[in-house]
Design a binder for this molecule. Structure first.
Ligand SMILES: Cc1cc2nc3c(=O)[nH]c(=O)nc-3n(C[C@H](O)[C@H](O)[C@H](O)COP(=O)(O)OP(=O)(O)OC[C@H]3O[C@@H](n4cnc5c(N)ncnc54)[C@H](O)[C@@H]3O)c2cc1C
Length: 389
């Protein structure tokens, strides 16, 4: 068993680390996302520098001009990048346009209309699955798509859709066969956001600064040629992608936040003197440092193992549940301790800690609430060992 990252991945990590230290962290004084995109005047120069370093379209397969990195490499990079609060949590485009993986399931004709324009940065796509009465349980969605000849009539409502207001297309999950439901009755459609009957009804501002959208679809005519994959296949396509996204977005990124919080905690403890001695000499503070380092190490081992197994083609769904729960809960504790060690200054917006604190709170709910993931994990474990009667 080799616990070391491959040499080329260590080099890549070093390149990204230097990029983040030199180019991204200094921007924090000027820009904090609060749900916004990074302004063009910061984003464009960063993109040019990233591209020159070969840090471009990292998740896109090589056949489409991307770097085609595996999940382990992407996790290592995500960890480094999330050390800076200048990077928007959703819709970050520093290493190239955001390409939603479902686009790779488009057929050749659809790739020309949807995938390639997104890769060129000309069009944007959002992902619309959640509904007012179907979040953790998307299989109970009600948005319907009824076939009428060469088009589908789409009716329903989607809630909390990130980036909908700036998107040209939405990847909408809709029921095409209520009898089959999630087992072959939910289809993914590419919906032009300018189609008659698409209404961006309102935004939902959140504690993280994000303001996802509520979209209403009223008799929207979606060409049958806009079905992604096969009819009824949408739900399973979405679930595949969500597993990867959970590992990278909710497993790796919290650890980057936690690592910098721990580094900051240690630096501050050395420098801050109270009652005549540096905080670093107080056992109460040392224990917070030690606990954070231990927990972070555990979470990172778990994340890397999960991503490595995924890259070997193994089914990591259960592991992905563990990774998300452990990473998010670990990072929440580490950031909380770092705020405690920093005292009053830790609560101010001068430091990145309060932003991570809010962001991490949201990750216990989005893309799988931790209770739901624990329940699924337990259900799978218990089903596997059900007594034979
Ligand atoms: C900022 C933001 C951006 C988002 N972006 C998108 C997007 O781009 N596209 C998209 O489709 N969706 C998006 N979402 C939706 C998000 O994925 C859902 O909010 C999330 O899945 C939770 O669904 P819900 O809010 O309906 O909570 P519910 O399903 O109502 O659950 C509420 C709570 O009940 C508990 N719970 C639920 N089921 C169980 C159970 N079986 N056992 C025990 N406890 C349970 C959990 O504690 C959970 O937090 C976004 C949400 C936010 C806040």
């Amino acid at each position: 068993m080799d616990f070391d990252l491959p040499e080329e991945l260590k080099m890549l990590r070093e390149t990204v680390r230097r990029f983040v230290e030199k180019e991204v962290i200094p921007l924090e004084r000027e820009f904090r996302p609060e749900g916004e995109e990074m302004p063009e005047r910061f984003l464009r120069p960063l993109q040019e520098k990233a591209r020159a370093l070969g840090l471009w379209l990292l998740e896109v397969p090589e056949e489409y001009g991307g770097a085609g990195l595996g999940l382990l490499a992407r996790c290592v990079i995500a960890e480094e990048l999330s050390r800076s609060v200048a990077v928007p949590y959703r819709g970050n485009e520093i290493f190239g346009p955001e390409v939603r993986p479902l686009l790779f399931y488009c057929n050749e004709e659809q790739k020309e209309r949807f995938l390639f324009p997104v890769l060129r940065g000309e069009k944007r796509v959002c992902f619309a699955q959640t509904e007012p009465d179907a979040g953790s349980d998307p299989a109970s969605m009600r948005t319907r798509a009824t076939q009428r000849g060469d088009y589908f009539a789409l009716d329903g409502r989607k809630r909390f859709i990130s980036g909908a207001g700036r998107s040209d297309f939405a990847q909408v999950m809709a029921v095409t066969d209520p009898q089959k439901g999630a087992r072959g009755g939910i289809t993914c459609f590419m919906v032009d956001m300018k189609s008659p009957g698409v209404l961006l009804e309102r935004q939902w501002p959140t504690m993280m600064g994000d303001a996802p959208w509520e979209i209403v679809f009223q008799d929207v005519h979606v060409p049958a040629a806009n079905v992604v994959g096969n009819l009824g296949e949408g739900f399973s396509l979405g679930q595949k992608w969500i597993t990867e996204g959970r590992i990278q977005g909710h497993g790796a990124r919290p650890l980057g936040m936690a690592q910098r919080s721990l580094d900051m905690m240690i630096d501050y403890a050395h420098n801050r003197v109270t009652f005549g001695r540096p905080l670093a000499e107080r056992q109460a503070i040392q224990f917070m440092v030690a606990d954070s380092a231990m927990e972070l190490h555990l979470a990172r081992l778990m994340l890397y193992e999960c991503a490595w197994r995924h890259d070997r083609g193994e089914d990591v769904r259960d592991l992905s549940y563990m990774v998300k729960i452990v990473s998010v809960e670990t990072a929440s504790r580490v950031v909380d301790r770092s705020i405690q060690v920093h005292g009053g200054i830790g609560l101010t917006k001068e430091l990145p800690l309060e932003w991570w604190y809010r962001q991490l709170r949201s990750l216990r709910i989005t893309e799988g609430a931790t209770e739901v993931l624990r329940w699924r994990l337990a259900r799978n474990l218990m089903t596997a060992r059900k007594p034979q009667v």
